[in-house]
Design a protein around this ligand. Structure first.
Ligand SMILES: [Zn+2]
Length: 335
């Protein structure tokens, strides 16, 4: 039995022009008995054509998506597009407002709860609405992530290794249109419950990114997000003109890389992290890349962590304090 969503939208997906409104999820709590949590959404439409769903703030402490997509909402002229752009710049809006990865309302990580639950908590309700109402409208989805407060990445756009090779190729071409410094073919650590997986299951193109991190942004990473998203709109024919290439800006072409299961290094120890290599540095399998010092035993030798594969360090823990089980590093190799 299909459960209906309890969420209402203030926007009409079939209407031409630009609408900026919100999804409203019932949220009854101590300070607001009949209240609702609001999730901003914009619909920019001009006639028939492809639909792009653009999301940022899936995790609330990653800012390139929210900033670039807010600017896009303000800048896009409906008369100059063909088709439809649906934008949720702060997909997990309460988390964005709190500056936290997961929602302060229910403690739920939006990107581990898809396809959501219409009768679940607020985050689960929104995931269900996105999955059941917005995803069917979309031809392609771009979900803009960065490292958040706990991680830092050398900026990349990524597509997943998929069994459906035709979809993988379509996704790869969209990723290249985004025109990132690094284009990564990735096998993720944990894909259950992600928006990515649901988009791909639906046979649609998903481009995701990791554009920096540390709970902040740079002019470079915001520029990447803005240019990348516009390039995707051009790639799918929603905006006119050819994608703006790195070459035309005098930048090095996209570096194609792969990350398999052996790309990830996690810590078994808690303590103080000393990275031994910096982002973008080359590493070889077995090379020491980090030390973790025991805070209670400064006389004890630190635990040493090694690269599991050859490649380049493209991701690392941002925090210098780590706990057993934490992500330490990500190493990708040239494709
Ligand atoms: Zn994220």
């Amino acid at each position: 039995m299909t459960q209906h969503s309890r969420i209402t939208a203030s926007v009409d997906y079939e209407k031409n022009g630009k609408q900026v409104g919100y999804l409203s999820a019932p949220h009854s709590h101590n300070l607001s008995g009949w209240g609702a949590a609001r999730f901003p959404i914009a619909v920019i439409r001009n006639g028939s054509g492809p639909t792009m769903l653009l999301t940022g703030g899936n995790h609330g402490d990653e800012y390139e998506g929210p900033i670039a997509l807010t600017k896009l909402i303000q800048a896009l002229d409906p008369a100059r597009i063909q088709g439809r752009v649906i934008v949720m710049p702060f997909l997990n809006a309460p988390a964005v407002a709190a500056g936290t990865r997961v929602s302060p309302i229910d403690g739920v990580n939006m990107n581990r709860t898809f396809p959501g639950d219409p009768l679940g908590t607020v985050t689960r309700m929104v995931a269900h609405y996105v999955h059941s109402r917005l995803l069917p409208l979309a031809d392609a989805v771009a979900d803009i992530h960065s490292g958040g407060k706990s991680m830092f990445f050398s900026p990349f756009a990524a597509v997943h290794e998929l069994d459906d090779k035709a979809l993988m190729e379509k996704s790869r071409r969209a990723m290249l249109a985004f025109d990132p410094p690094i284009g990564l073919l990735v096998r993720e650590l944990d894909v259950a419950g992600t928006l990515d997986t649901e988009v791909e299951k639906a046979g649609k193109v998903l481009v995701t990114t990791e554009l920096g991190g540390g709970g902040t942004t740079s002019t470079a990473t915001i520029g990447l997000a803005e240019r990348g998203v516009r390039n995707l709109l051009r790639h799918f024919g929603v905006l006119d003109g050819a994608p703006e290439t790195r070459a035309s800006l005098g930048l090095k072409p996209t570096r194609l890389m792969v990350a398999k299961e052996d790309a990830y290094v996690a810590t078994d120890h808690s303590g103080l992290l000393e990275m031994l290599v910096d982002l973008d540095a080359p590493v070889s399998a077995g090379q020491p890349i980090a030390r973790v010092y025991d805070l209670e035993h400064p006389g004890a030798a630190p635990a040493l962590y090694h690269a599991r594969s050859d490649g380049f360090l493209i991701g690392r823990s941002h925090g210098a304090l780590v706990a057993a089980g934490d992500f330490l590093a990500m190493i990708a190799r040239d494709a």
